[in-house]
Design a protein around this ligand. Structure first.
Ligand SMILES: [Zn+2]
Length: 489
């Protein structure tokens, strides 16, 4: 099933991929603008101008309205929306979560999505919100899995079928659900019911939900973060392995007179300047934008431009191998995003397995970087360095040709490593000259471990002032380590 998704390039758990649908190939990561079949701020046929490759609409809304249903059944979904590229359809699950019931069954809505020619259909799953009782989450999950497996049997044509991963805020349920769905085999895996987490800025919890769900899936399966449409969090979600997003935000925010940027959101009436170079922001002054009779439409257009701009920035970062540097920058736009960044690195052990071993230069962007998967990988490989005889550990800039058998370089956050490895990723990292405490701590923990792993070797460490840390005492207390103090080079 997942052979419809090819991964072309990887960074961390993020990737550039190609998803093949009946109406064409979609390059991911990407955002699907949400089209309301009743109200269209911007015509679907214009969406390509912003960079959209695939749209998402709601089959339940179409199903419920006679006029829309008849046209969709007669001419097809693509004619109804006047868009000839791929279109994903939702099932009414969202309405189910809001109103508690819907007037359609799982079988009926799957059948309908196939008949109108949807490219990616969604079964009528139950989007269980966060923080409900475990019993409720577990019971609803059983119904969801039952319906998804029934839907899998009902799809006979070439429509791709989405298998939404539910399980509320219970990580074991999310992972179990993902594992079960993976065994059944779906074409796309949306992670559902995460909007309440985003609306309450619980990005750290969102990180856990994504990680738990991803851990249960085949890593090559395409993932859709359902309901995520703010570009501020795309880089983070992509780094965790999300491929598709959907944005109703471009239109909803515009209706609310909100102006989206990748750093956050402005109310348009607060804008003295327009911090953007899209065609709308170049053409209008802030005053004109505020007072225009069609300001909602103009704002929606700006919102779409910046949404797709962020996707291109992310793709370039994956291509270059510096996605984590981008994530670390983006996560500084809000304290709760910073929390999410720290939470992401609690999953470094898992990320490390997916992360390519060699990328472009590692840039140390702040204390969180000391917990990056590459730093963890280096720590996990310390056993591989067998150091015999005597060893001199020098700070990075100091050169030394000495009578020692080995020369090691001390570079936070990694610690000491044989100097001949200095050009190899990630040891060729760009790091601040004066390291922070997190970086030093990691470096000394690793160096102490290296000395303990080679008890026969006599280590001499040239300590300079800017590398002082409480762990130096612990290093010095080892029987095979001697410390000499030098000046800052
Ligand atoms: Zn703009």
């Amino acid at each position: 099933m997942s052979s419809r998704f090819d991964i072309i390039h990887k960074d961390t758990a993020g990737r550039i991929g190609r998803l093949t649908t009946p109406h064409g190939v979609v390059e991911t990561p990407t955002v699907m603008p949400v089209i309301n079949p009743n109200i269209q701020t911007i015509k679907p046929s214009e969406m390509r101008d912003f960079g959209a490759q695939i749209l998402i609409t709601n089959s339940y809304i179409i199903y419920r309205k006679d006029e829309l249903r008849e046209k969709a059944l007669k001419d097809g979904l693509h004619a109804l929306l006047d868009f000839d590229g791929p279109i994903m359809t939702d099932s009414g699950s969202f309405q189910l979560s809001v109103y508690g019931e819907v007037e359609v069954t799982n079988e009926q809505i799957i059948d309908f999505q196939q008949k109108i020619g949807s490219d990616i259909g969604v079964p009528l799953d139950i989007p269980t919100p966060p923080d409900v009782s475990f019993e409720r989450a577990s019971e609803e999950l059983d119904i969801t899995i039952e319906r998804l497996q029934a839907a899998r049997k009902l799809v006979t044509g070439d429509m791709l079928l989405a298998g939404p991963v539910q399980g509320s805020s219970y990580m074991q349920l999310r992972e179990r659900c993902a594992r079960t769905l993976s065994e059944t085999g779906f074409d796309v895996y949306p992670f559902g019911a995460v909007v309440p987490l985003m609306e309450s800025y619980r990005y750290a919890d969102l990180v856990d939900v994504i990680a738990a769900s991803k851990k249960g899936l085949d890593p090559t399966a395409p993932v859709h973060l359902f309901g995520a449409g703010h570009p501020m969090m795309f880089a983070l979600a992509v780094a965790l392995g999300c491929d598709l997003f959907d944005s109703a935000a471009y239109a909803l925010y515009a209706k609310d007179r909100r102006y989206i940027t990748s750093r956050g959101t402005y109310h348009v009436d607060d804008l003295k300047y327009l911090p953007c170079s899209c065609p709308i922001c170049l053409k209008y002054s802030p005053e004109e934008l505020k007072k225009a009779h069609n300001s909602t439409e103009l704002l929606a257009r700006h919102n779409l431009y910046v949404t797709f701009e962020e996707i291109r920035i992310i793709k370039q970062a994956i291509w270059e191998g510096n996605l984590l540097e981008l994530v670390e920058q983006r996560c500084r736009s809000h304290p709760r995003m910073l929390e999410a960044l720290k939470q992401m690195y609690t999953h470094s052990e898992w990320l490390e397995k997916l992360d390519p071993a060699s990328k472009s230069t590692f840039f140390y962007c702040g204390p969180e970087s000391a917990k990056r998967p590459e730093v963890l990988r280096f720590a996990n490989q310390l056993e591989r360095f067998t150091i015999r005889g005597s060893a001199f550990i020098r700070p990075a800039p100091i050169k030394l040709d000495s009578g020692y058998d080995n020369v090691l370089v001390f570079k936070p956050p990694f610690g000491a490593y044989p100097q001949e490895l200095g050009e190899i990723y990630p040891l060729n990292a760009e790091v601040p000259r004066t390291p922070d405490q997190e970086s030093l701590e990691r470096a000394y923990v690793n160096t102490i471990r290296l000395a303990e792993l080679n008890p026969e070797t006599e280590f001499t460490y040239l300590l300079v002032e800017r590398f002082r840390h409480t762990l130096v005492d612990k290093l010095e207390s080892l029987p095979n380590v001697q410390i000499i103090v030098g000046h800052n080079p």
